[in-house]
Design a binder for this molecule. Sequence first.
Ligand code: DX5
Ligand code: ZN
Length: 222
Amino acid sequence: MRDVLISPSILSADFARLGEEIAAIEAAGADMIHVDVMDGHFVPNLTIGPPVVKALRRHSNKPFDVHLMIAPADPFIADFAEAGADILTVHPEAGPHLHRTLQSIRAAGMRSGVALNPATPASLVAPVIEDIDLVLVMSVNPGFGGQSFIDSQLRKIAELRAMIDASGREIILEVDGGLNRQTAPRAVEAGATAIVAGSAVFKGGAPAYADNIAALRPGVKV
Ligand code: DX5
Ligand code: ZN
């Protein structure tokens, strides 16, 4: 079984204590910090932007895995790079020039990712497979934490696994939405190498974080 990265989504953290929450999930075994950026337009919710990412940067040494649910995304690429994002992931529907957007992300010094909504096909990734370091499969419709995993996305994960293997490139295959100790092993079995989880990590408060994170790793008995 492949090593799996766990990327807790701070959307489910205590927003009044975000710095402490990030330090706590790092201490509890998080491999990356997933930051959900929403604009109230591309998705029906509003969250945080570059100034908050910048303020959080000194609270963790782990890569910041920043998921942009905003349209357009291009005007904010430089701001997120400057704020300390390590991976910047965009939805193809956010703008008309995905290839150019991915090039801009890399030119700004970050790793580039593409996020696929539940109805967006895996095939969309093929023409840009050389230009990405991460594919994010949304297993819920983006906008909110705490939704249920959409089973049909397992097929898409398997399809992307085959595409990535055929490419011979090191691309993280990340899954986001409704992941918990029941659904995460299914996503990993289908080929995922990174698991995003909000509610499943933050439930129970800081004393529970280490167990919550460990339970998402493959091979851990639930
Ligand atoms: C949804 C976000 C997810 C969300 C996951 O738009 O992209 O990262 O926070 O939350 P859970 O794990 O609670 O489904
Ligand atoms: Zn996300």
